[in-house]
Design a protein around this ligand. Structure first.
Ligand code: GLA
Ligand code: ZN
Length: 672
């Protein structure tokens, strides 16, 4: 089962994290039997094996991994082999206490959990890379080796470190970025509060400060930490590339995860993988769908792998309810519907000890195939085996949402007009509307080529860095439709205000000037009157907008700015630019976005009732696969007016309409 560098896989991946060092070797044979029975074709091995592989600074033990890899090869199970650097062994903390990370109060973290390393620690890098070289040299020709898994969920627990080594490296990073101290002072606006620097070694990390630290410094520190972690990744990646140039190399992401600028990371990752743990009781997993789309967008639509999800329940929420029968299957298909080419779990066999012993797994504490969970795992595995046709097919979206980690960091720094303007919340509201209209969505960076999209949404684009306004202008000039919202266009890439009337760099494009804004306190509302469609409630924020060429589509109904514009529309070149100067109620957003979709002739692929999610993947041959996912607890009927379809999981054909069971899934291919 070869896996080439461009990750064109012959099958959908199916498996999970496998931690055999937690079990006596006689259990491994049974693992293989149960994996084969469930249709598992790949497992992630060695993620937390550093201590098992290296008992001391100069001693290694690969014998057990040799035996395991051979056993896997014999049973046709591929290894997503980890570099094992996610949790350093105890001897490292003893020999190199400085390798442990430091919190913002200057306290060092203790050994004895996981991820207890400073990303800039020389000792961590040195020992880690030494181990990586040994692993790569040893297993480079091994028939079970399919892919490299570097470290694990970088920054999951430790996303910042305030140690001396980090402080030194921060100054090196800043000097490289700004060249001169004068430039740094200008970018950070250090004439404020006597913060001016004269020497590089006066600059520290924005740790514990009496009140707000310098926002430019805070923002650059976030960039620096993301870059430091990436540099740790690259240190391992370079070794693997040198020794196994044809194998895919990756680390697993965590979806819309704030600490890492994942667009930047993605340039150095061959296949995007991520770990998804939706709230089990939150109803339709819209946020999971959004994150699947975000992950697919990390490499321009290339299929991703869901590296972890849970079969049943996790152990780390306050309360950890079970996924109901059929839900794991439904959510697994949601992954594939959004462009996933693999569905994996944490973990294969439920641990008998340790902090995750109550975390669900594919094989539960019964230890065998006699559990509901295993039966569901086996059924899904057997189904996925029949779906090779889906591999490498693409989701082709005509709508994009602008997403930017630097914007996220800057928007949510402290001392803002409102603490309740949160980036993901703003993005989610607009995503939800598109999701409910069953229209596919990509995520793009603000500087991306937007010409392939009919509609681009840029909610809360607070930071408009170099080139961004010009990019948006040229998109709209050439016929695109853009929508942006309040508190956009406020600052440059160093969090300095774009002076000259908000949203200064976007004023021409939007045809408005925002003279003032009025954040609302929790519970406070205003209203918007929309010509021809009535009144709706709005909250959180109200912009005081002066029209400069735009028309108003809605006006505020109360307070001293009653009657002034709340939503505007501006024809610009061949296209249109919309601005939403408040947070309207969800029903209005759905309706307004629905109107734009109709104008742009963007429709759902089929007729489906509420709670049925639709998504389309298209193969290189042009063949289209329509996924229908019934998130309702009752059966649902979807209309198939277009013709006769074959449903790929059951092999049955269907025309006119199709009934989906509660939690049911269909993958439809048009026959005629
Ligand atoms: C993360 C980690 C896994 C495991 C799971 C538990 O995703 O990568 O090692 O701890 O969480 O949900
Ligand atoms: Zn550090």
């Amino acid at each position: 089962m070869p896996v080439s560098k461009n990750v064109k896989l012959p099958h959908l991946f199916y498996g999970g994290d496998y931690n055999p060092e937690q079990w006596p070797e006689e259990v491994w044979k049974d693992d293989m039997r149960l994996m084969n029975k469930a249709g598992v074709n790949m497992v992630s091995v060695g993620i937390f094996s550093w201590a098992a592989l290296q008992p001391g600074p100069d001693t290694y033990d690969f014998a057990w991994l040799d035996r395991l890899m051979d056993l896997m090869a014999e049973h046709g199970i591929m290894a997503d082999l980890a570099t094992a650097t996610a949790s350093p062994p105890a001897w490292m903390a003893k020999l190199h206490p400085e390798s442990l990370p430091v919190d913002e109060n200057g306290a060092r973290y203790a050994q004895g959990s996981r991820q207890h390393y400073c990303p800039n620690s020389k000792a961590f890098r040195l020992y880690g890379q030494r181990l990586v070289r040994k692993l790569a040299e040893r297993y480079k020709e091994h028939p079970a080796l399919a892919m490299w898994h570097i470290n694990n969920e970088y920054a999951c627990h430790i996303s910042q470190c305030f140690c001396d080594e980090c402080s030194r490296e921060f100054r090196v990073w800043l000097e490289k970025r700004y060249g001169t101290i004068d430039e740094l002072n200008a970018r950070w606006g250090t004439n404020f509060w006597s913060q001016k620097y004269y020497e590089w070694d006066e600059i520290g990390l924005p740790g514990k400060t009496p009140t707000y630290a310098n926002p430019g410094q805070q923002l650059d520190y976030k960039r620096f930490m993301s870059d430091s972690l990436l540099d740790a990744y690259l240190g391992e990646q370079r070794i693997l590339k040198e020794i196994t140039p044809n194998l895919p190399i990756m680390t697993n992401f965590m979806g819309a995860f704030k600490p890492l600028d994942q667009f930047e990371w993605a340039k150095h990752i061959d296949v995007i993988t991520w770990d998804s743990y939706p709230e089990p009781t939150a109803g339709i997993p819209v946020f999971a769908a959004m994150q699947h789309d975000l992950m697919r967008s990390m490499k321009g639509g290339q299929p991703f792998i869901l590296m972890e999800q849970v079969t049943s329940q996790v152990n780390w929420r306050q309360h950890n309810p079970l996924k109901r029968p059929g839900v794991m299957r439904l959510w697994s298909y949601q992954t594939i519907a959004h462009g996933g080419d693999g569905v994996m779990f944490f973990q294969w066999r439920q641990s008998g000890a340790g902090a995750e012993k109550f975390h669900g797994a594919m094989v539960t504490h019964t230890g065998d195939e006699n559990s509901r969970i295993y039966r569901e795992v086996e059924q899904l595995g057997q189904e996925l085996k029949q779906l090779d046709a889906l591999v490498d097919s693409r989701v082709e979206a005509k709508v994009a949402i602008v997403f930017d980690w630097h914007n996220w960091w800057a928007l949510e720094l402290d001392s803002k007009p409102s603490r309740d303007v949160l980036y993901l919340e703003q993005i989610k509201q607009y995503y939800q509307a598109l999701f409910e209209h069953n229209v596919g969505v990509d995520f793009v960076q603000p500087n991306a080529d937007l010409s392939g999209y009919k509609l681009v949404l840029a909610p809360a684009l607070y930071m408009v860095g170099p080139g961004v306004a010009a990019n948006l202008e040229s998109y709209v000039t050439n016929g695109g439709t853009l929508l942006t919202t309040f508190f956009s266009g406020m600052v440059d890439e160093n969090d300095r205000i774009h002076l000259g009337g908000y949203p200064a760099p976007l004023r021409k494009l939007l045809g408005i000037c925002v003279e003032e804004f009025d954040p609302m306190i929790p519970g406070q509302t205003n209203g918007i009157a929309v010509s021809g469609s009535g009144e709706y409630s709005c909250s959180l924020w109200a912009d005081l907008i002066r029209l400069e060429g735009a028309n108003d589509r809605a006006t505020f109904t109360t307070d001293f700015f009653a009657g002034s514009p709340a939503i505007t529309e501006h024809s610009f070149g061949e296209g249109k630019a919309y601005y939403v100067g408040t947070q309207p109620e969800a029903g209005f957003i759905k309706q307004f976005i629905g109107g734009l979709l109709t104008d742009l002739e963007l429709q759902a692929p089929l007729m489906a009732p509420a709670g049925v999610e639709l998504s389309v993947r298209t193969a290189a041959s042009g063949e289209r696969y329509i996924f229908a996912l019934n998130h309702n607890s009752q059966a649902a009927n979807i209309g198939l007016s277009e013709g006769v379809f074959v449903e790929l999981i059951s092999g049955q054909s269907a025309s006119t309409s199709l009934e989906l069971a509660p939690n049911g899934v269909a993958i439809l291919q048009l026959q005629q």
